[in-house]
Design a protein. Structure first.
Length: 448
């Protein structure tokens, strides 16, 4: 079985890349410096030969006895000969090697005694001056000069590599610091990571991580609230279901049994609704920025919600209507807004007496939209209008068996969409009027 490949280190990868670049640049620089130094040295030698030839253009007598001829390497490295125009040698350097008298004027290459020479010949009206330098000696000296020029590059390359290694480590130190901070965190510590002193390249990553931590904290809080709320609120419905089941077991006749079954089914429905609302509240409070908002038409959402609630309104003999003459564009989440509309209509139908009215209206308002749901029920006293938005709070004297979560869910969805939620009295129907104003729409939907 093949072992999974270990992830590579960013520091090691960056260090290797930079060191390879340093070696490549240093090698190229050394090669260019070496070649340039050799060329410059060759040109310097040619210039020296020219100067020597020019310095020997004076009149000389026909005397070639310039001392004993030797074969020492120093004497063979450079050969100087001066010829008269008629071919008589006027001067020769003390070496046994002799250049050919038929010289090419200027620079040329000749071979003497098995050795290559670089020759410069200068002709005057009375004589020819030949200056020759051994090619091997020239190249050896040029190579030595070139190596001396390359030596600083070779010495500085290791120092530059050490500097690169230190700079990479110093530049990546903030990443290691953030890693230590995350590693030292407890499992329940979801506080944002500090961003002070971090380079600009790391800030976007830290901001996204902090956003994720914020969403995780919201989800954790929602889960904690859901757990505590479920443990607290389901105790009573479950106890009631147990009592109703015991009553069904003790029913003396068929009529009593049918009544007990109806009460049991009603208790199951209430417990089911309570669980559904607890789950909906937990999802909305923990949603945060789970998904980006999209362009929606609030009028179409309201039409769908009213259509779903029409059957319940008909059973309760309540007139349910919708006033939405034009599209109302908003930016939001489809499921969350559907839950908001469903809870507003359900709350209005629950507290409206028979033959009453529930009216929903949707209007485009500036860059956003405004949703209003009002009823002809008893309404809510001004002192309780803010408290009914809290979870499990029911206004004193409220009819029915509500859980006190409907308006809390509406509040959570409105907060998720940064909408303004207002509760007041309906001037036309006399009951409660709930207004949700959305201000974040940026795209207008085409009319249908």
């Amino acid at each position: 079985m093949r072992r999974p490949k270990k992830p590579g280190s960013l520091r090691a990868r960056l260090t290797r890349a930079l060191l390879a670049a340093v070696l490549l640049i240093a090698g190229l620089q050394a090669a260019v410096t070496y070649r340039t130094a050799r060329q410059d040295t060759e040109e310097l030698f040619d210039a020296q030969m020219q100067r020597v030839a020019l310095s020997l253009t004076g009149n000389l007598t026909a005397d070639t006895r310039s001392g004993p001829l030797v074969d020492a390497p120093a004497a063979q490295d450079m050969i100087i000969q001066i010829w008269r125009a008629d071919g008589l040698m006027l001067y020769r350097s003390p070496t046994r090697r002799l250049l050919p008298p038929q010289a090419v004027i200027g620079f040329s290459e000749v071979r003497v005694a098995g050795q290559n020479y670089r020759v410069y010949a200068l002709q005057t009206p009375t004589q020819i001056v030949q200056v020759a330098q051994q090619t091997v000696a020239r190249r050896e000296m040029a190579g030595q000069f070139a190596l001396r020029a390359v030596l600083p590059v070779a010495l500085l390359a290791p120092a530059l590599m050490l500097i690169v290694w230190w700079v990479v480590g110093h530049a990546l130190a903030p990443v290691e610091r953030v890693r230590r901070q995350v590693a030292a965190r407890r499992a329940d510590d979801l506080a944002p990571l500090p961003t002070a002193g971090l380079p600009a390249e790391l800030l976007p990553l830290l901001h996204e991580m902090n956003g994720l931590l914020t969403r995780l904290a919201a989800a954790w809080d929602a889960l904690s609230h859901f757990t505590s709320d479920a443990a607290h609120e389901l105790r009573s419905p479950l106890a009631a279901l147990r009592l109703q089941t015991q009553g069904l077991q003790r029913a003396p006749d068929e009529a009593a049994r049918r009544l007990a079954i109806e009460r049991l089914l009603g208790g199951i429905d209430r417990a089911t609704r309570l669980v559904e609302q607890l789950l909906a509240l937990a999802r909305q409070e923990g949603a945060g920025r789970a998904a980006p908002p999209v362009a929606l038409d609030l009028r179409e959402l309201a039409r769908a919600a009213v259509a779903d609630a029409a059957a319940a309104a008909e059973r309760a003999a309540i007139a349910l209507s919708l006033d939405a003459p034009a599209p109302a564009p908003v930016q939001g989440h489809h499921e969350a807004l559907a839950i908001l509309l469903r809870n507003l209509l359900d709350n209005a139908l629950r507290y409206t007496p028979q033959c009453g009215q529930v009216r929903a209206s949707v209007r485009a308002s500036g860059p956003g939209a405004c949703l209003t749901v009002e009823d002809s029920g008893p309404g809510i006293a001004p002192a309780d209008r803010q408290r009914v938005l809290d979870r499990f709070y029911r206004a004193p004297g409220a009819p029915g068996h509500g859980s006190g979560l409907g308006l809390a869910i509406v509040k959570a969805v409105a907060a998720q969409h940064r909408a303004q939620l207002t509760l007041d009295a309906s001037p036309q129907l006399g009951g409660l009027r709930v207004t949700v104003a959305f201000y974040a729409a940026t795209e207008a939907l085409p009319p249908k």
